[in-house]
Structures are given as C-alpha cells and as structure tokens.
Write a protein that binds this ligand. Sequence first.
Ligand code: MF3
Ligand code: CO
Length: 248
Amino acid sequence: MIPVKSSADIQKMRRACQIAAAALKKGGEAVRPGITTAQLDKIIHQTIVSMGGKPACLGYCGFPAAACISVNDVVIHGIPGGRTLKEGDIVGIDLCVSCDGFIGDNAATFACGSIDPEAQRLLDVTKEALARGIAAAQAGSRIGDISAAVQGWVEENGFSCIRDYTGHGIGREMHEEPEVPNYGKAGHGPRLVPGMTICIEPMVAQKDWKVKVLSDGWTAVTRDGGLAAHFEHTVVITSKGPVILTQP
Ligand code: MF3
Ligand code: CO
C-alpha cells in the first residue's frame, strides 16, 4: 500500500524537508581539504537541531551519526569519523530530518577543492540524472518511467546505476513503499498519483555497479574501486507536476 499524503501532511513534511535542505547546504559549504567527516557531521547535526528538527539517521538501525558521508569509492552509508578530506575527493552527504511527525531526506555529492575532470563529469551526470528522474515523476506515469529516465541518461554517458540500493517512498517513515529503482523499464511499476511522496536518488558508479559492504556493516563501496556519486531529493507528486520539497 503506497501512502498518499493530504495537503496538511505535505505542509508538515515541507518543514522537515526544508531543514534537511539547509543542513545539506551547510554541510556542502563546509567541505574542504583538512576537515574530517566527523566535523562535517557535527555541523550538520547542529544545523538540524538549531532549526527544530531531529537527525533521523542517528540511531536508525543503529546508524551512529546524523549524516552518511561517503567519500570517493564509497557509494552510500559512509560513517563519519576521523577521515580527513583531501583535495580532489568527492564527498557524498546524505541526511534525513524528522520534524512534526514527518521525514525529509536529501543527498548531494560535493567536490573537495579542485577535482579531476572525470570526477566532475560523474557529479554533473548524476545531478542531471536526478533532474531527469524528477521530470519523469508525473501523475499518471509509473515508477518505471523514473527508473528508465535515470538509467538511460547515466548509461548514455558511460556510467552505471547502482542496483543494490534504490530510492523509496517517504513520509511518516523514512522508507515507505514504493521502491524507486535507478534502472528499469518505462511503463512498468506502480502508477504515480498526486500526494505520493518519494525520494528519487540516483547512485552512479564511474565503472561497474557492483558494490560490497565493509565489515562495519554500513559502508557500501564499489567492488572495482571506481568513484561513485549520489544526489537525492524528496519530491511530492501533484496534478501540476513534481514538486521538490527539499529545494532550499
Ligand atoms: N538517506 C538514506 C536513505 O535514503 C539514509 C538511510 S541510512 C541511515 O535510505 F541509517 F543512515 F539512516
Ligand atoms: Co533516501
């Protein structure tokens, strides 16, 4: 069953999403050579709390921080800690905020100082994949239309879509139905109706899409050591088109 939200629900959810967007922006602005991922997490945590939100990742299935911070070949779920960022790193920040009974979720990948042109292209293509996925999220269309839009664009550019993790519905829970895969066939899957709230989140690998999870039980890395990027927005389907709730 895919939950459909009322306009009052969406109003509340917008607040959680706006805090999530502000915290992501703050975290992104703090990315620079010499900072540790734990310091970034602290900035994000403080931003969320100062705006009246709660970091929803903290404690979720035992996750120990406010944000997932995923550097270079880490695809998602990197645990903030003592790792010091260096010039040329790409840094994924993914965070969820709970406020007034609803959750907002967003992610972006940031350049640390100046990065390789090929790393920059990975960021650009992944960000555009998110834009294309969102554009496909029209009432009356299907989840597969989003998946196909993302996959088509990514593969056209010579990169691959992670298969082991997907986007998801969101609302009172961080993860609700439906799954929103970053690969699939147009015209397939659940139909989108106004009031559905979903996270569209392309995770894109420079080379092969196969991943493995490290012994900490969280950190998902590419098996071949290639770079990976991740961008995510929380979106509500409306009769007038998709609306990004996590747009700052
Ligand atoms: N934003 C991630 C997601 O979309 C976070 C979940 S993992 C967590 O699923 F444990 F850190 F919360
Ligand atoms: Co998500």
